[in-house]
Design a binder for this molecule. Sequence first.
Ligand code: PGA
Length: 258
Amino acid sequence: MKRTPLVAGNWKMYKTIAETRQLVPELVRGLKEIQGVQKVICPPFTALMAVKALLEGTDIHIGAQNLFWEQEGAYTGEISPKMVAEICEYVIIGHSERRTYFGETDESVNRKVVAALGAGLTVIMCVGETLDENENGLTEAVTQKQVKVGLANIDLKLSAQGEVPLLIAYEPVWAIGTGKAATGEFANKVVGEVIRPTLASMYGEQIANSIRVLYGGSVKANNAAEFFGQSEIDGALVGGASLKADEFVGIVRAAVED
Ligand code: PGA
């Protein structure tokens, strides 16, 4: 089954509005000619409007890095799904940094995914095992539970275009920001033997085969092809390398050349 590749840049807590005005025009120039891959950038909340304005008239989509599940209310410092949906099409949910530093659990991820889908957003839900879990042979158990609980009680339907508004990003925590990417073969095995079968057990083969699964963790222009060449990997969620225009453009280009 053919799935359109997608490359998303997760800027994390980098880039002021002023810095954004430098980077985005470079990205727009570099990405303009590249077709056949969906491109998404996820700046911090404070830069979303500026980035959106800079992306007008391009085919680059915009996403947020998080949201809260309530629609509105007395939740100081939080951003609701409908606020995100006014600006963005995509949202990253359950990134390992949010799980590690901000106490997110599979259950809170689930509430956020429900709320985001309800607001019409396309969700990039992150899963992945820590180094400790990996070394203790828990990769399968952990990623399976993250998918099952993260998507509990969520009904997914195919659109007329044969798509669902959900992507999974498989990001082994030990590979994020460390410069130590997983091998393409390892990531492909986790996606093909754990993540997609778990999705199939929940939603059936057709929907499972339509869900794009990204790899994330130290993806660079010079190793991206190793991941995009794998049958089960449909793109990348890119952190550090998405802050440099030439790197990000190189990664997006590798997704098409595959
Ligand atoms: P990295 O981050 O590319 O800097 O390893 C990936 C991510 O956190 O999504």
